[in-house]
Design a protein around this ligand. Sequence first.
Ligand code: LLP
Length: 432
Amino acid sequence: MFVNDCLNVNEKGHLTIGGCDTLDLAKEYGTPLYVLDENVIKETCRSYVNSFKKFYDGNGMPLYASKALSCKELCRIAKDENIGLDVVSGGEIYTALQAGFPMEKVHFHGNNKTADEIKFAIESKVGKFVVDNLYELELLDKIAGDMGKKVNISFRIKPGVDAHTHNFIRTGQIDSKFGFALETGEAFEAAKEALKLNNVTLNELHCHIGSQIFDIDPFVTAAEIMMDFIAKIQKELNVTISELNLGGGFGIMYTSKDEPVPYENYMEKVSVAVKAKSAEYGLPVPFIYIEPGRSIVGEAGITLYTVGGKKEIPNVRTYVSIDGGMTDNIRYALYQSDYTVLNAGKADKEANETVTIAGKCCESGDLIQEHTKIAEVEVGDTLAVLSTGAYNYSMASNYNRIPRPAMVMVKDGKSRVIIKRESYEDLVKNDI
Ligand code: LLP
């Protein structure tokens, strides 16, 4: 019935998450409310860590892609679970620092790191800079030199694998704002360039082929292409690239149509391919990083809303208005993403009504889901939108000066606030 493991229905017919009644959570903390299940997040982290132990002699490490949900508590969990972090901005670095995260396990991504961000990252002892372009390479070398430091770098490579097609294709990814192209020789020229510089050490290559991907084959192909390139660098430049970062992108379940593969299967298949390529080229087996974001927090989260109105337009549709919307979840407005919506107080009842869930912004496109089936809705009901742990809070805005919701962590029937609800005061705090 439900799209993820942390949910259940209690004897009152109410939806529960992490052993907590969602109606009680809505009452105690107010709505809209993000709720995250701690056990699910930790179990997912562990399954990634274990997949390295099981299939790759422990010779690798997952990095949590914090863009999916950056906050201090998630950094603390990543730290406790012994995984690293992928960050993409000074703000995400700052969040990690504030959480006491071991900065040597942080990889800094982004296609336009500013000079200030680079300086801040070096001061913060960030472990790896994933360089996106030649301009950045030179800037990083200069700033590191000025600061009397030498930094470890990786290159973001476009491996030419497009995973977002029915049958994934191996070309056509040149048109991306991220990284160095392989086909044009750009990536190889950049590697030559890096060798001339004094303040950077190139010891890793990185690729990321997309997000919400269910098929493992494109990842295997990308890994093979990267190994071929590592071999070329070894042969022609006599440089050993000892680390390979294969990015994130593992798909999760938003509705019953989605069929994610167990996350372990990924390392099972990729490790075979990487080991085979290492043997073929007589290269050392590289240390592997992966960067799951969505799959670590996505299914662990739900959002609770209160219904404030219902508008039946005969022969057109029925709008159900909630007290949040595109400001806390922009993914339907932006990508027409599918979600499962439940009437949390009638979780044991049949979904017999078809409605469109509308947000409260002055914007017709402010919808959470259209023509979705739900147990009959009345004003005052609590709705739950499932699998909202990733790319919801992190993409939230204050459009219409709507404060961002609070976030609560639940575990074994207990709840605690991990992000406070924004106040009206917060909204004007930078206004002069
Ligand atoms: N590594 C790199 C370099 C990435 O660019 C991304 C995501 C990840 C890792 C994590 O991918 P994940 O495991 O979360 O799929 N806002 C969009 C998703 C954008 C993903 C961008 N990069 C959404 O809401 O669907």
